[in-house]
Design a protein around this ligand. Sequence first.
Ligand SMILES: *[C@@H]1O[C@H](CO)[C@@H](O)[C@H](O)[C@H]1NC(C)=O
Ligand SMILES: *[C@@H]1O[C@H](CO)[C@@H](O)[C@H](O)[C@H]1NC(C)=O
Length: 657
Amino acid sequence: MSKEDDRIRMRSLEAWRLGLLVVPWAFLLGMLAILQEGPPSSAMLGKTSYNLVDVSAPAAAGPLLPWVAWVVARSPVSPWILRYLLNANGAAVVRGFAVEHCAGIPPAWYPIHKATASELELGASWNQPNRSGEDHQGVAITTTDAVLARGLEGLGHPEQTSAYRSVQDYHGVYRSGKATPSDVMERWWEGSEQLAGLKIFASAAHREDLLAQALASDARWNAGKPLSVWDGVPVAIKDQSAVQGHPLCFGSSECSLPQAEDDLPAARLRAAGAILVGTTVMPEGGVTPLGYAPFFGGPFNPYSKGHYSGGSSAGSAVAVASGLVPMAVGWDGGGSIRVPAAMSGCVGLAVTWGRIPYKTRPFSSVTKAGPLAATIADAALAYLVLAGSEPGHFYNGQIGEDQIPLPHLDGIVDRSSRVDREDRRPLKGVRLGIFWDHFRHTDPEIVTRSEEAVRFLEQQGAELVNVTIPHLREIHLSHSFRILAEFGVTWESEFYNASYALEANTEITLALGRSLSAGELLAVEKIRTFAIGLLRDKVFRGDNLDAIVSPMLGGRVPSTPRGYEGYGESNTPLVYKIMRYVPLANFLGLPAVSVPIGYEADTGLPIGFQVMGDAWSEAKILRIAGVLEGFSSRKPPPSPNHFDVLEPWLGVGTSSG
Ligand SMILES: *[C@@H]1O[C@H](CO)[C@@H](O)[C@H](O)[C@H]1NC(C)=O
Ligand SMILES: *[C@@H]1O[C@H](CO)[C@@H](O)[C@H](O)[C@H]1NC(C)=O
C-alpha cells in the first residue's frame, strides 16, 4: 500500500468523522428552529372579510392511536412535534394579532358580563316569592314560581314535538291520576334495559334507589303537594358534576367513591322533585366533541350506530334523544352541549357564563352548564330550576354578587293576559344577524335546510340583518388554545402522576395544551377582550340584534372510523371543522341554543340550527328557538333505539298537549 493510498484513506476517514459530527448538529439546529415560536404574522385590523380556515394535523384511530399518542405526547421528539403542530396551525397568527392590535387591551381571563339594570330588574320581578296571582287590575301575573308550579302549558308545538315526551307530559299523567311516579319508573326500568346497548350511563341508579325516589314523589302527589312541574320526572346528569350516591369519573377509568352530596345542579333538580336516574357517559376529560368514550365503550348515536353521538355531553344527548328522559344536564366548553344535541337530535342550551352555578371542579373560563332537552319548553323549565346565583360561589367573586340576574322567561310566556297576541306574528320586531359567508361554510344540504329555517323565521316576523364578524380565524384559534391550556392544567396531575393510563386522544390533547407558551396564552386573553368588545358593542348593540343565527355544525354527522372501538379517534381537523359555529359562545361567555331543524336525506341523521344571543339573553334565544320548533316535524330514532316511557298512558305518538 502506497503512502498516497494511506493519505486518501485518512482523508476519507476524516470526512466521515466530520460528517458524523455535522449531521447531528444540523439535525439539532433544525429541530431548534422548529421549537422557535417564529415571528408573529400580520393581519389588517377591521378587514371584514371572512377568514376562517381549516387546520391540518395528523389523524389516527384504532390500535394505531396509542403509538401516535406516545410519539406526539411522551417520546423524546414530542416537544418538536407539538411545537410544529401549533406553529403550522396559526400560533403566529394569534400572537401577531395580539401584538399589532391588542397592545393596549388588557387580558380577559374570564368572559365577565355585568347585567344591565333592566335585566336585573326583570329577573327580580319574575322571582318575587308569592307574587303569582293578580296585579292591581285583577289580571293574572306570571312568575317563575307560577311557571314551575304549572309548567308551560300550551307553549310549543305539540303536533311537531309529540314524538318526544315532555316534562309537561309527565306532569299531565301524574296530575290526571293516570299513573303514579312509581308506575312510570317501573316502565322506565324496562326502557333503560331495552336501551342498554346505547351505553348512556356512566353510573345508573339502582332499582331500589329509583323506587325510593319514586315512592317519595308518589307521597307528595297523594298529599296534593307536588314540589313543582318536575315532581316525578326522570332526569340525568353528565358525569362531570357530583350526584349523591354515584361515583364521579369525568369519563375516565379512574372513578371516585360514590359522592356523599349532590353538586348544585343535582341538588336543585332534586329539590324540585325530579328523579335522578344516573350520570351520563362523557369522553375522558371532555376533550372531544365526537362523543365516543373508549373506557365506557359508547355512547352510540341512536339514529345510526355507525355515527358519532356528538359530545362531550354524549350520554346526556342520547338519554334525551332515545326518549329515556325529557332532560339531562350537560356542560359546554367547546360545543359539548350543542354539538351532541345537533348530532343526536335534541335541544341543547349553553347559558351565559356564570348563569348556572356548580361546585365540582374545574371552573373553566369557557365552560357553561345547561340542559339537553326534548323540547324548548323543557329546556326553559330546566333553565328556571338550574339558574340563579349561589351565595359564596366562584362566579359571584368574578362577576359581582349582585350582577348575576335571576332567570326569567319574559317574552316566552305572556306576562299577563292583557297582552293580545292574536293578530301578531310571534317574532315581530325580532332582529336576527346573519354572517352569510360563515353561515354557508358547511355541507350543502345543511346550508339549504338552514336557509329554509331562516325563511321560516322571517315569515314569523323576524327581520334579517347582514352582519360581518371580522377576525373569526384569530378568535376561534384563541378559543382552541385556551381550552387546550385548560385541559392541560385541569388534568395535569393525571398526566404526570398517572396511577392509570390516560386514553390516547386525551394524552395528545393535554400535551398540546401544556406546550403552549405563556406569551401565546396572554395573546389569547387579549384577543378575548377584543372579541367581547367586537361582538357585544359592534355587532349586538351596533346592529341592535336580538340574536345571531347559523347552522350548528360545520359538516354532516361524522361516521365512526374502522377499528375505533376501545381506542377512539384523534382527529383535530375533523373536530375543528365540526366546531365551526361553536367557539364564540364559549370564548365570549354568550348563551346559545341548538334546535333540530330536520334530517339528512340519505342517513336520516339529525340537522341542528344555532341561535346565539347577547349576555343574559336566554329568554330571547329560547323564544326564537321555540318558534323555530314549528318549522319541522321531529322524527324519533328508529326502533329499538327509542323508547316511549309514557306510551301505556298516553298512547302511541300523541301528546297530552
Ligand atoms: C344580505 O346578504 C345577502 C346574501 O349575501 C344578499 O343577497 C343581500 O342582498 C344582502 N342584503 C343587504 C340588505 O345587503
Ligand atoms: C402523585 O401521587 C402521589 C401518590 O398517590 C400523591 O401523594 C401526590 O399528591 C400526587 N401528585 C400530584 C401532582 O397529583
